[in-house]
Design a protein around this ligand. Structure first.
Ligand code: PMP
Length: 405
């Protein structure tokens, strides 16, 4: 039984009010709220275990190192990677993509080579590549989509050329909610001998991810979007790929031996983890992953699907409603515009009713251009949202619409 009332008790912030109204938090695509066990993990570790990891002979350092490395194993298990060597801790999705873009371009790409992305990418999966494009003369090819917000797979296949070196696409769109057919995308790329990076920022909180089943070469996500802390994220990479890529940053931890003449690099995954890692964050992230695992990713997915269907049905009935993103396979991201009401006005007035949504381009300006709009209002669901909160959203939108006549 999925007991949402009981689950909500684990998230203290959900019982607060804003402007005297109960908080309705529908901005989970931007970041999620944290259960008690995650917050307590942070204070507990600082209060009782804190010491720098990996280098210490003393008790606390060894205990902190044990927690940090056990967290890596938790991440490995969560996404079913083959080995902990394939789990690199980063600051988040953005840093993970930049790490791959920079090291992959440096070591695997020449001028004129191509990277395939999609029209619905987050800026982090566009600009990271553009930086390399400018530096190395690399070209971006873009998978288009249909009006419902589904990638055109035939067009995708046509984008491959002898110069294609990598495909980098979002698992779930942060604007449209589209769940892209990443297994097929990867299969097609592999048939061309091309590796694939999957941006899992918006999938990891909502569905079971198995990187071996997907056969993803790289899979990246952020801790804070999956009920974990800010400032920590993950780069999964197949060992064969991570081995081939050069270090990203230089510093402590990532070396084996250093002399002024020659430095040798540490083994995986430490080769990519220069400096003191966020060992407090990794423990808290593991707590978050344990938390969602205990609820069950399938159960979370089923519950959120039910909420999404419930929300879509009600939103459709609002006069002047334009839903943006109606893919057959769609997660709990509800982007919309109503009549001529500016997304910013809608968001601001909903906020006054205690309803937290996001407005704007959602770091996906090329997608906005494709849709011919400046921005949307976006309600994005999490595992603790309820039908009552959807009702509050719908009532709020109707009220704002009436205000605008
Ligand atoms: N990719 C997608 C699809 C996202 O939704 C986000 C966050 N909005 C990011 C990348 C970037 O994540 P972060 O800011 O945590 O690095």
């Amino acid at each position: 039984m999925y007991d949402v009332a009981k689950i909500r008790e684990d998230f203290p912030i959900l019982s607060r009010t804003v402007y005297g109204k109960p908080l309705v938090y529908l901005d989970n695509g931007a970041t999620t709220q944290k259960p008690r066990c995650v917050v307590e993990s942070i204070t507990d570790e600082y209060y009782s275990v804190n010491a720098n990891v990996h280098r210490g002979v003393h008790f606390l350092s060894q205990q902190a190192t044990h927690l940090h490395e056990a967290s890596r194993e938790t991440v490995r298990r969560f996404i079913n990677a083959r080995s902990i060597s394939e789990i690199v801790f980063t600051r988040g999705t953005t840093e993970s993509i930049n790490l791959v873009a920079s090291t992959f371009a440096d070591s695997q790409m020449q001028e004129g080579d191509e990277v395939i992305v999609s029209v619905m990418e987050h800026h982090s999966n566009i600009v990271s590549w553009q930086l390399q494009a400018a530096r190395k003369g690399i070209r971006l090819r873009v998978i288009p989509m249909n009006e419902r917000g589904e990638l055109l797979m035939d067009e995708y296949e046509r984008l491959f050329s002898p110069r294609t070196r990598l495909v980098s696409v979002a698992h779930v769109s942060n604007v449209l909610g589209t769940v892209n057919p990443v297994k097929r995308i990867i299969g097609i790329a592999h048939a061309h001998g091309v590796p694939v990076l999957i941006d899992g920022a918006q999938s990891i909180p909502h569905m079971k991810v198995d990187v071996q089943d997907l056969d993803a070469d790289f899979f990246v996500f952020s801790g804070h979007k999956v009920y974990g802390p800010t400032g920590i994220g993950v780069l999964y990479g197949k060992e064969e790929w991570l081995d081939r890529l050069p270090p990203y940053q230089g510093g402590g931890e990532m070396i084996k031996n250093v002399s002024f003449e020659k430095t040798t690099f540490n083994e995986l995954p430490f080769k990519f983890e220069a400096g003191t890692p966020d060992y407090i964050g990794s423990t808290a992230l593991a707590k978050a992953l344990d938390y969602v695992s205990a609820l069950g990713m399938e159960q979370i997915a089923a519950y959120e699907h039910e909420l999404t269907v419930y929300a879509m049905r009600q939103l459709r009935e609002i006069p002047g409603m334009r839903l943006i993103g109606e893919a057959e396979q769609k997660g709990g991201v509800l982007s919309f515009l109503v009549g001529n009401i500016h997304h910013f006005d809608m968001g601001t007035l909903l906020d006054r009713l205690g309803i937290a949504v996001r407005t704007g381009h959602h770091c996906a300006e090329p997608l906005m251009r494709r849709l011919g709009i400046e921005g949307t209002v976006r309600a994005s669901l999490g595992l603790y949202n309820t039908k009552e909160e959807i009702d509050a959203l719908v009532a709020g939108i109707r009220r704002v619409s009436q205000m605008f006549g």
